[in-house]
Design a protein around this ligand. Structure first.
Ligand code: ADP
Length: 245
């Protein structure tokens, strides 16, 4: 029997999870969720569940990695064995190594690394449940965990992807759309400074489609940025209330 391709956008223009083309998945963000890390944050974005923890600035081990004029930012992106349908090996895959680098490079420009010479700032991103767009969600909470650790930053970094599904440009792809769609454009930015720190493209787009996807990703970033700031404020307002009572 012919294996027919699934329809990803129905006749009413709705996607597989019922969203409109420019709609984000439901997002819940929490800051300061781990007591043993210097900073932490957690996100649920659709079915994604991801946690980030930051340690530092602290002494660098091994010592020869230390830089005399600035801190080093290290990042480990890791997917739990139970985060995807078929058990994933806990050993770091090539994809996880690449995403660790991509996330570090997206966050590095925001941190005042020069204020902490000869130290390391370590960021751990643990994907507990994956459903597409985990690098973006990881960046979004990575920057919140850095802020929660009290590390001086130029701006929060926020990330979001747009892509092409059934020939149409849509926002915030889920796992099915990511795998069965035609293209994916993840973007990370510092919204207040209007600077992009990550721009990738997987798949094929015309120059016009690329521009549309980029603009939609930026719009998604701006919406998530508001949620990021709200989550950060919520933690510190609740601490103030505890201190005052
Ligand atoms: P991102 O999560 O940033 O979109 P990818 O495009 O590489 O990164 O991955 C897309 C999605 O594919 C992931 O979010 C996850 O849901 C799924 N995925 C990734 N690795 C695996 C794996 N080893 N097994 C099953 N699904 C996976």
């Amino acid at each position: 029997m012919k294996n027919e391709k699934r329809e990803l956008i129905d006749k009413d223009g709705l996607r597989v999870d019922g969203r409109k083309k420019d709609e984000l998945r439901p997002i819940k963000i929490m800051v300061g969720v781990l007591s043993n890390a210097d900073g932490s944050a957690y996100i649920e974005q659709g079915k994604n569940k991801i946690i980030a923890a930051v340690y530092g600035p602290r002494e660098v081990h091994p010592r020869h990695l230390a830089l005399p004029d600035r801190a080093i930012l290290r990042c480990r992106y890791h997917m739990a064995p139970f985060s995807v349908e078929e058990r994933k090996s806990p050993a770091p895959s090539r994809r996880e190594l690449e995403l660790s680098k991509v996330i570090r490079e997206a966050l590095e420009p925001t941190v005042f690394l020069e204020q902490y010479p000869r130290t390391a700032i370590d960021l751990f991103i643990e994907v507990l449940q994956a459903d597409g767009g985990t690098r973006c969600a990881g960046i979004t909470i990575g920057s919140l965990a850095l802020a929660d650790a009290g590390i001086p930053m130029r701006d929060l970094v926020v990330a979001c992807a747009a892509g092409k599904v059934d020939g149409q440009i849509v926002l915030d792809l889920n796992d099915i759309e990511d795998k069965e769609g035609e293209a994916d454009v993840p973007v990370a930015m510092m919204p207040n400074l209007n600077l992009i720190t990550l721009l990738q493209m997987d798949g094929l787009l015309t120059p016009e489609e690329f521009e549309e996807a980029l603009n939609l990703s930026i719009e998604g970033c701006r919406r998530i940025y508001a949620l990021q700031k709200k989550a950060l404020k919520e933690k510190y307002i609740s601490i103030r209330e505890e201190v005052e009572t």
